[in-house]
Every structure is written in structure tokens, then in C-alpha cells.
Design a binder for this molecule. Structure first.
Ligand SMILES: [Zn+2]
Length: 423
């Protein structure tokens, strides 16, 4: 539902102007700040961003007004990597990991992604949608206006279609705008015919059904030794391209698997994780249109031996995005916390991390035409922080900084107790 709204007196408005592509290199950290700024939203779209006095002069019509004194306004945050529909609870695995258990040992003890798949297949529809909705509440409170949601815990044609359908149903439970991704080649199923035959099933049966039903915007897959190594991942990417379905790749999450090179060569919109991508591979692939989606919370949770080399990606002209990787093994819901963690973990500046979670993540989801920045005519999607400068996302760690989340001019989350200050 689109609304009219004036926002006045913000300490800083970060416009993050859209120059026609995701930001990379020196531009990764450019926020295009308007101090003392105001925003006019009309019919749900950005009508003006300017000094508050100019907004009052040019948009004096009586519309709801929000006083953002002492606050910073960002484009609505875009979460481009989440797995919110699953059953079961794997908290014990984290304990085992901290005690030194390897992923292989945890799988032998009955854990890992496969345990989620067994639980999810057995769970009833309503329980799955309720579980997703609980996640959405926390993700929204972390400042997100657009959320990408993946299937991937079904791994049969019927179950993957079911999860995509339930994700569609779950949209009614949140004010966030959802973007749907089919993740059939998440892992090779342990009760299946092996990675080769399973990848063929994805290509020949699942993907055509997903496309025919029109229930997903993207095809995501893992490029990882042991599940879908380079040749299988490449076949999946090429097949998807021939069907006109945009792709993205879980790449090098657990080991160097040529994931980054595969994603770039296969024309994927994005490659996610990239924790174990070797420096040589980043240098030799060089600048590419594929966006590197980094997941700092995942690297911390999985106690990885190395980090994605964020600075080297930037130095090679690769645009960076950031996500939480909310999933069945750990439930990191706050994208604002991920921005803050990306600063200390990857040594990104807060501005670089904010661009990663707004404009660049909108490009990951092909939603750049109408969101990710405060350009005129884009959606009036805003994340308003209770801090005078956006840099404070990096320094006020753990503080409840998200004050308002606004979608098309309508407040969909109020972070403070008490009434929303609207007339
Ligand atoms: Zn993932």
C-alpha cells in the first residue's frame, strides 16, 4: 500500500545515488550524504531529497510528517541471502563446533543440513510458515525492507515446489517485500542418486517446473567440492542461462572449489560466501559483473579458518554486497549487525558496508530499478537509524539503532516503544 510522507530534520540522509551499476572500487564507500536533510514521498515513491527547508517549501501539502531529528536515513536495507523456511533446531551443533568437532563429525552425529531436510520434509505446512514468520519479525526489526528467501531444504521436485509455494504464502505475514529463489542444488541429498544424477534431476525436472510455475526469480546452486564441483555447477549455470533464468552461486563456502571463477564464467549475478576463494583466483578473475556477497556472521559462526578477502575483491573492481545467511544452523537476523560485523571482520568502512547492504544488494536481486538508493522515482523504502551519522552503525554495536522501517512511505516497523509520532 503506497503512502505519502514527509521526513524532516534528519542529521544525515544517505542517498547512495544509482549511477547505473553496482558500486565497486573507490565508489564502494560513497554515501552521497545530505546533512539536515528531508525526504518527500508521494504515492509511495521518492519525490524529493533535499535540505529540510526546501522540502517544507516545495511540498507543503498536509501529509503525515516524521521528525527525524538526531537520526540518519538510509535507503531501505536489502537482505539478499536468507534460508528462512525450515524445521528443527540445531543449536547443539554450535556447541560441538566450539568443542572442536568438524562438520564431518557433526554429520556423523546426526546433524548438518541433511538433518534439516529430513525435519522439513516431515513438518506440516502451517508450522513451516509460522517458523518463517517468526524469522521475518526479527529480520524486519534489523532494518530490512526487501528480503530474499530461498528454498533448498526439500531436495525433491515436490518438496522444493512446496517450499517455494509456502514462501509465497508467508509473504502475508510480513510488511517486507520478498524475493524468491529456487535452491535445488543446495547439497547432494543423502538418500538420492549421487551428485551427478541429482544435478540432472535439477536441470531436467525441477528447474523446468519452477520456471513453468513462475514461482522463483532466481536459480541458486552450490559450487563446492563433494557436492557440485566445477563441471556440474557449470552445467547447471549454462542450462539455467539457456532457459533465461538468472543465477547465483554458493561458492567456496567450505573449501576452495573454483566457485568464484565458475560463478563469473557462468554469468551468475552473484557469488555468495567466497570464504575460501584463493587470492590468486580473485586476481586472475579480476573485475567482473558478478557481485561478491560476503556473509560475515556465517564465517564467525562456522569458525572458518579464513575470511573472504573483501579488500582484494574491492581492489580488483568487484562490487561487494553483504547478507546475514539466516538459515537452519544459525539464525543471524540483523542485517544492521552484519553491517557492523563486516567492518571489524573484513575491515570495511561503515560506508562500504552500507552500500553493500543497500544499492549493491538491490543489484544482486535485480531490484535496482526501484530500490537500493534514494533516487527520485524509486520506492519510498527507508531504514531510519537512531544515530546522528551512519558511521555509528560500526561503533554502536548491539545498540537498538533501527528506529523506523518504511516501505513505500508506510511505517512497517517502529523500533521504539510508544506511539508512532504521526498526526
Ligand atoms: Zn546460503
Amino acid at each position: 500500500m503506497a503512502s505519502d510522507l514527509n521526513i524532516l530534520n534528519a542529521s544525515q540522509v544517505a542517498r547512495i545515488l544509482d549511477d547505473g551499476g553496482p558500486r565497486h572500487g573507490d565508489l564502494q564507500g560513497r554515501l552521497d550524504l545530505v546533512p539536515g536533510g528531508g525526504i518527500a514521498i508521494r504515492d509511495g515513491k521518492i519525490a524529493a531529497v533535499a535540505a529540510t527547508a526546501a522540502i517544507l517549501r516545495e511540498f507543503p501539502d498536509p501529509v503525515p510528517t516524521l521528525d527525524a531529528t538526531g537520526m540518519s536515513v538510509l535507503p531501505g536495507l536489502v537482505e539478499c541471502h536468507s534460508h528462512p523456511i525450515f524445521a528443527g533446531n540445531r543449536h547443539w551443533e554450535y556447541v560441538r563446533r566450539l568443542q572442536g568437532a568438524t562438520s564431518r563429525q557433526i554429520r556423523a552425529e546426526g546433524g548438518g543440513i541433511w538433518s534439516t531436510i529430513l525435519a522439513t520434509r516431515q513438518a506440516d505446512d502451517l508450522a513451516l510458515v509460522r517458523q518463517a514468520a517468526r524469522g521475518y519479525e526479527a529480520i524486519l526489526a534489523g532494518g530490512v525492507t526487501t528480503l530474499e528467501v530461498k528454498s533448498g531444504y526439500g531436495l525433491t521436485t515436490a518438496q522444493e515446489l512446496r517450499l517455494l509455494r509456502l514462501l509465497r504464502d508467508s509473504a502475508a505475514a510480513t510488511g517486507m517485500d520478498l524475493v524468491y529463489t529456487f535452491l535445488g542444488a543446495h547439497i547432494a541429498p543423502q538418500d538420492g542418486p549421487g551428485p551427478d544424477a541429482y544435478a540432472r534431476l535439477v536441470r531436467e525436472e525441477m528447474l523446468p517446473a519452477v520456471i513453468a510455475q513462475g514461482i522463483a526469480a532466481f536459480h541458486d546452486l552450490s559450487c563446492e567440492e563433494g557436492d557440485f564441483p566445477h563441471p556440474l555447477a557449470m552445467q547447471l549455470l549454462e542450462d539455467s542461462r539457456s532457459r533465461g533464468m538468472p543465477t547465483r552461486v554458493h561458492a567456496d563456502a567450505s573449501s576452495p572449489s573454483l566457485g568464484w571463477r565458475t560463478a563469473a564464467a557462468g554469468g551468475a549475478l552473484a557469488a555468495d560466501h567466497l570464504t575460501y576463494t584463493p587470492d590468486d583466483e580473485i586476481r586472475s578473475v579480476g573485475a567482473t559483473e558478478t557481485i561478491a556477497v560476503l556473509l560475515p556472521m556465517a564465517e564467525q559462526f562456522y569458525l572458518d579458518e579464513r575470511k573472504a578477502n573483501a579488500r582484494l575483491f574491492i581492489e580488483n573492481g568487484v562490487p561487494l554486497a553483504i547478507g546475514t545467511d539466516y538459515c537452519s544452523s544459525f539464525q543471524a537476523t540483523s542485517l544492521t549487525l552484519s553491517i557492523s560485523q563486516a567492518c571489524s571482520w573484513f575491515r570495511l568502512t561503515p560506508a562500504e558496508a552500507i552500500v553493500a547492504a543497500t544499492l549493491n544488494s538491490a543489484y544482486v536481486l535485480k531490484k535496482n530499478r526501484d530500490r537500493g538508493s534514494l533516487d527520485l522515482g524509486k520506492r519510498g523504502d527507508l531504514t531510519i537509524l537512531a544515530c546522528a551519522h551512519p558511521n555509528e552503525l560500526g561503533t554502536r554495536v548491539g545498540a537498538p539503532l533501527v528506529r523506523y522501517v518504511i516501505s513505500q512511505g508506510r511505517i512497517i516497523h517502529d523500533g521504539a516503544p510508544g506511539p508512532v509520532p504521526l498526526p
